[in-house]
Design a protein around this ligand. Sequence first.
Ligand code: IPM
Ligand code: MG
Length: 357
Amino acid sequence: MKSYQIVLLKGDGIGPEIVTQAVKVLDRAAGRFGFTVSYDEALLGGCAIDAAGVPLPPETIEKCKAADSTLLGAVGGPKWDTVPGNLRPEAGLLGIRGALGLFANLRPARIFEQLREASPLKAEIIGDDLDIMVVRELTGGIYFGERGRRTVNGFEAAYDTEMYSVPEIERIARVAFRMAQKRGGRLCSVDKANVLESSRLWRATVERIGKEEYPDIELSNLYVDNCAMQLVRNPKQFDVIVTSNIFGDILSDEASMISGSIGMLASASLSEGKSGLYEPIHGSAPDIAGTGKANPLATILSAAMMLRYSLDEPQAAQAIEDAVSEVLKTARTPDIYTEGMRQVTCEEMGDLVCGLL
Ligand code: IPM
Ligand code: MG
């Protein structure tokens, strides 16, 4: 029997409770599809700061490198808002992405048929269906560039640096082109090439890769400000979007809101290798931690993405996605509650998904 070893980074806030539900679902899927999963836990974020004094202990990196894949809950919370920047929970998240070489972040934003009314956009703008894949570069650009403080004209000043090399752009472009090949065949590269030199290199490189290697894909370019506007004006025009770390951070939040389902959206962060890190795109919601109100479905769907992209268990992935789709017909956590449905807790939602598997 195939056996997979997974590291769990439960993290902070609602992290532990949503990961617990995803593990339950993974185990259930394993039983049904004939594989086993073993788990090891490691610390990341605020919980790591409390236990080890740093947001990313070296042991966490070692464990993740040795595992078949990693499932992350969420990190951060007001408790750690006052610690120095390089010791914040978020620094742990950036650190693990860097340490594992997770340069490609896949953030699907799709509307679940049962949650259509939850989108803040008018029905005619959404149309029949909305399914956008944001491919965000995750280990370069301004989030990883040189930063610091200095004195300018006698005043304190701070700077961060946006820089991309050709190989960095090429590899994320290839991930995005291949994604477009598996989907609708359209890729939109987003930059600020009218202002930024790094964006001019980005655009020229993506265009060259498109011409040389993916002539079958319809490539377009948009400036990031225009893209932000187009996402709410006419989101249906998008299939795959590829963009830099900071633009992808911002646009993927926007795209997820359009779907009206931030508690429902999963993400995958991939390296050249297979293992990857999977996490819901929502945050740690410290205000509802421990109340049973958290929605575990994004984490459960992240586990499904893991089965598909890292573990070669596409049937199990599909079964989980189908079960989530089914459960939405009758049961809802408070964040997606609508009248006539049964309101359930985080744990009950996990049980219901298991029951449908
Ligand atoms: C995300 C988050 C992180 C990021 C933060 C918490 C560092 O916003 O995953 O999008 O900016 O990458
Ligand atoms: Mg973000």
